[in-house]
Design a protein around this ligand. Sequence first.
Ligand code: SAM
Length: 324
Amino acid sequence: MGEDVKELARRYGYRPYMVGRYLEILGDLKEVEELLEAFEKALRPSIRCNKLKLADCRELIERLEKMGFLLERIGWCSEAYEVLREPEKPSLGSTHEHLIGLYYLYRGKASLIPPITLKPGERDEVLDMAAAPGGKTTHMAQIMRNKGLIVALEPDEGRLRVLRNNVERLGVKNTVLLRLDGREAGKVFRKTFTKALLDAPCTGEGIIMLDPSRKTKTSLEDLVKHHEIQKELLRSALDSLKGGGRILYTTCSIAPEENELVLNEVIKGRDDVRVLSLETPVKLSPPVTEYYGIRVDERIRYCGRTYPHVHGMEGFFICLMELK
Ligand code: SAM
C-alpha cells in the first residue's frame, strides 16, 4: 500500500485497507480524497409524503413550514422533499404529523431510488427480504396504492417491532410481516413472487457520514461475513421468484465485496438470470468491472452506484435482475 494512501487514511481516521480499496475502485487519488471529504459532510434528511393518507402533499408542507421547517421538493421523486432547515423544536421525528403517519423520515435521499426503480405494480406479489425499519416497504406500498401483496421479512425481533409500527403508522394494508431469516425464503416461498427487493444487511460503507464509527469498525473478516450472507440471501431471493420475476439487489455500501462480487459469484454459470439496464430517477455512476485482478461477469455492467461526492447522497449500489 502506497504512502499516499496511508497518509489519507491517517488524516481522515480510516483503517488503511479501506482507503486502499477506494483507490482501487475510483482509480484516482484526488477523487478518493473528494469521497473522503464528502463523507465528512452532514446529509440533509428527507421526507416522503404518505399518499396513502394524504391526497394533497401541499397541506403537509404548509403545516411543516408553519412550524419553521424549510423544505424543497426533490425533482425526481414528486412526493419527497429535502429538509433544508429545521427549527430547534419540534424534531422531524416528533411532530404530530409524523406520529399520525403523514410522512416517512429518511436520513438521506438515496433510499428512495430502489422502490422507484423496481416499480412494483398493483398486481404484483412482492417479497421484501430485509425489511426493517420499513422505509422501502412503506414506499413500495405507496407505489402499489395499497394493492397487490408485500411479504416483508425481518429476523430481528426488536427491528420487526419498529417495522410493524411504521407499517401501521403509515396505514399500509397490503403487507404481511414475518419474522423469518431471508435465507429460508427460497425454500418457504419457492417460485412464489413476481418481484423481490433485497436491501441486504451490509457494513454501511456508503453511509459513513451518518455513522463515522464505520471508518474503523469493519475488519476484513466482517466484510467476508457480510459477503457470505449476502450471497445466501440473493440465492434465496432468486429461488423465491416465479419465472419472469424481477429482483432488485441494493446495499448502502460502496464495497465491491458486498455488491459486484456478490452478484458475480451468484450469477456465475447461471444463464437463467438476466441483468437489466436500469431506469433510475437519477443518473448513476458505473459499477466496478475489475477489482484487484478479478474481472466480473459482463452482465454486471448494467448495475449502478451512487457516491456522496458525485450525487450528494449516500453511497448505494443498485442492480435489477430478471429470472428467465
Ligand atoms: N429495507 C430497510 C428499509 O428500507 O428500511 C432497511 C434494511 S437494513 C439495510 C437490513 C436489514 O436486514 C436489517 O433490519 C437486518 O436486521 C436485516 N437482516 C439481517 N440479517 C438478515 C437475514 N438473514 N434475513 C433477512 N433480514 C436480515
